[in-house]
Write a protein that binds this ligand. Structure first.
Ligand code: FMN
Length: 175
């Protein structure tokens, strides 16, 4: 059985990015274990002086979780033309542990615009040595107009793009 960890970059209740990850989770087959990471808010501020084999508990737990999964899907908004601080903070903790090294990652950014955060995330994932397949990255602009009030993706073209990203990602982790 393959294991996927989905990480939303927004902490907001009712987050569109979180809802996109729920939508993708409903698309994967039953023989894939798919879980959404819910402890992003617990990750403390990155401290290089504490970045060793015994980091704060939530960091340690995430590093252990990442060892067990075959791939990661990150879906994040853009804040102030950048990556949301708490997501970037978490990723900084994952550098020295090489937790993303060679890990297949699908990157989805979903915002009003999002190009800057998408580009920044690709650089960060490169620094982490994550493997982002060509078809496994997508920036969705004007996301709020592409979802309904219940958090369902309603835009047909966006649904198609999301399915393509998921399939590209799944084909990598199932190799
Ligand atoms: C503090 C803040 C800054 C934002 N800055 C940007 C931005 O620079 N570019 C953009 O496209 N959207 C920006 N947005 C809009 C968010 O991307 C948008 O509200 C998105 O739907 C939030 O994702 P979520 O629904 O998953 O929480 C910003 C929102 C907040 C709260």
């Amino acid at each position: 059985m393959k294991h996927i960890l989905a990480i939303p970059g927004s902490l907001r209740a009712g987050s569109t990015n979180h809802n996109i990850l729920k939508y993708l989770g409903a698309l994967v087959s039953a023989d894939v274990d798919y879980s959404i990471y819910s402890d992003l808010a617990l990750i403390p501020p990155f401290d290089p002086g504490n970045d060793d084999d015994y980091p704060p508990e939530p960091v340690f737990e995430l590093r252990e979780l990442l060892k067990q999964v075959d791939g990661v899907i990150i879906c994040t908004p853009e804040y102030a033309f950048g990556v949301p601080g708490q997501l970037k903070n978490m990723l900084d903790w994952m550098v020295s542990s090489a937790s993303f090294s060679d890990k297949p990652v699908a990157l989805i950014t979903a915002s009003l615009g999002g190009e800057a955060a998408h580009a920044a995330m690709l650089l960060i994932l490169g620094a982490l040595n994550a493997q982002v397949a060509d078809g496994a990255k997508l920036n969705i602009s004007f996301i709020r107009s592409k979802m309904d009030g219940e958090g369902n993706v309603t835009d047909v073209a966006t649904i198609e793009l999301l399915k393509n990203v998921l399939n590209a990602f799944l084909s990598v982790i199932q190799q």
